[in-house]
Design a protein around this ligand. Structure first.
Ligand code: ADQ
Length: 465
């Protein structure tokens, strides 16, 4: 690696996955996922370094260059993966920050591991960054890094972005280590959140538990520093998705897909990581009832659901997988014809061009999380529509609902309400639904991932509060 980087992204995972060829050669390919999808274009255009775990426990990997930036792997032991990642990050913070839709577990040894691993990320970054560099720390796994890093390197400009919701006082207060987390975050010069409500929650909690003065969107610390908090709704590479969806290859793939699905009169689509926050149980129940009541004709309608395998070593996720298998099986066993099933369910990840093909052919996109920081799938669907057709059903509990006002919004806890809105989206007059889609497209075209990064980094570089 050449000189010290002036721009460093710090995230739990590196944006690359190791690919081992048959002859044993090792290469690194860009890996899929919300965060990577969001930041890769920024990294490539800015240059710099990305600090993160490489995905294999108990293994040290030397830094290397990938796609024009430096990749700096941070090692994790198998026990740390269990306690810091699967434990504190995904079984304590994830459910806690998502409205406790699953029960958060609190274990002191998980917290100890979280602290240890956060310190390692901070130390690696402190050694790496150039004098006065900008460091952008990502997400809930690394909330202690801003403070730890500032103690080691007061010369750095430190930003933090939280991709998931920041909960209200009533929920956050459960956390035995609430003060330490808030202290960790206020080590940043700027804390970015998905929606303004999350920024207010953070500021209110900093005042309540740290006793600092909070004024005009910033925490004023006793040492004279400020930590600003503001909403930066994350976006997508809108043009990239639109171009992909309009490419001859994707159009051909979409046609082949429709052949496979038997050209249904109506195609509904769900695309999610298999996660209990995404509201899959409720969505399937609503659709099952619509088939049972004959509002949707199982011989003419297909609901295609793809779910990326996720966090499979965490018990809640294993249980969710079984539940979804069971629900899909039950609905299909009841309503399948001899040749066709109303629900086509694939538990797998797909390449981006296949996602674009699915978005292209879906008449109704069903995005119904119980709580979601933003939800990129909703925006990707809109970007991939070849014209003004198609309908987006969107949970009001997704951050995206604040921007995509013209979506068919639902409360996923209200089954009857959700059924009504799905039917409305499926049967609305073409003019009404085009009007909505046009407005959604304007929104998604006018707010792109580079604008998101520019807005955050511009504010981070700008004057303190
Ligand atoms: P996620 O919870 O992962 O992200 P989301 O925003 O929907 O949720 O991003 C998922 C990404 O994975 C999308 O780009 C989607 O295309 C892709 N994907 C989903 N299923 C797939 C499949 N079967 N095959 C291939 N790709 C698939 C977290 C937060 C969100 C926030 C993002 C970004 O939980 O609220 O929007 O980070 O900040």
């Amino acid at each position: 690696m050449s000189e010290k980087p002036h721009f460093v992204v710090v995230a739990n995972r590196l944006p690359v996955d190791r690919i081992v060829a048959e002859n044993g050669d090792v290469a690194w390919g860009t890996s899929p996922g919300g965060l990577v999808t969001a930041l890769e274009p920024v990294m490539r255009s800015q240059g710099g370094a990305w600090v993160g775990w490489h995905g294999a426990p108990d293994e040290e990997v030397a830094p290397f260059e990938h796609d024009g930036y430096d990749v700096v792997p941070v090692p994790l032991s198998a026990l740390e993966v269990e306690e810091y990642y699967e434990g504190f990050s995904n079984s304590t913070l994830w459910p806690l920050y998502h409205d406790t839709v699953a029960f958060p577990e609190f274990h002191r040894e998980w917290w100890d591991a979280y602290r240890t691993v956060n310190r390692r990320f901070a130390e690696t970054t402190a050694e790496l960054a150039a004098e006065g560099a900008t460091v952008w720390v990502q997400d809930y796994q690394l909330q202690l890094v801003p403070k730890m890093l500032r103690e080691l390197r007061p010369d750095l400009r430190i930003g933090f972005f939280l991709h998931i919701p920041f909960p209200p006082t009533e929920i956050f207060s459960q956390l035995p280590w609430r003060r330490e987390i808030l202290e960790g975050l206020t080590g940043a010069d700027l804390v970015g959140l998905q929606v303004s409500g999350a920024a207010s929650n953070f500021l209110r909690l900093a005042r309540t538990y740290l006793g600092h003065r909070v004024e005009k969107g910033a925490v004023h610390l006793p040492d004279g520093r400020t930590c600003r908090a503001h909403a930066y709704p994350i976006a997508i590479d809108t043009q990239g998705f639109a171009d992909l969806a309009a490419s001859p290859e994707v159009i051909a793939e979409a046609e082949a897909m429709l052949d496979d699905l038997g050209h249904p009169d109506l195609l509904l689509l769900g695309v999610d990581r298999l996660d209990y926050t995404k509201g899959l149980r409720q969505r399937l129940q609503a659709l099952g009832e619509l088939f049972a009541e004959g509002q949707l004709d199982p011989s003419k309608v297909v609901f295609l659901q793809v779910a990326t395998p996720s966090r499979e070593r965490v018990e809640e996720y294993r249980k969710l997988r079984d539940d979804i298998d069971l629900l899909v099986g039950r609905i299909n066993s009841e309503f399948s014809g001899l040749r066709r099933s109303p629900i086509v369910y694939r538990h797998a990840g797909f390449p981006r061009h296949t996602m674009a093909a699915m978005y292209r052919i879906a008449d109704v996109m069903v995005v119904t999380p119980l709580r979601d920081g933003m939800n990129l799938v909703a925006k990707e669907y809109v970007a991939c529509r070849p014209d003004d057709t198609g309908a987006l059903v969107l949970s009001e509990f997704a951050g995206a609902a604040k921007e995509l006002r013209q979506a068919y919004q639902v409360n996923p806890y209200d089954l009857n309400g959700m059924k009504d809105v799905i039917m409305q989206a499926a049967t609305d007059s073409p003019s009404a639904s085009r009007r909505r889609m046009r407005s959604l497209k304007r929104q998604v075209a006018g707010h792109t991932i580079d604008m998101w990064a520019d807005a955050f980094l511009g504010d981070l570089a700008g004057p303190d509060a």
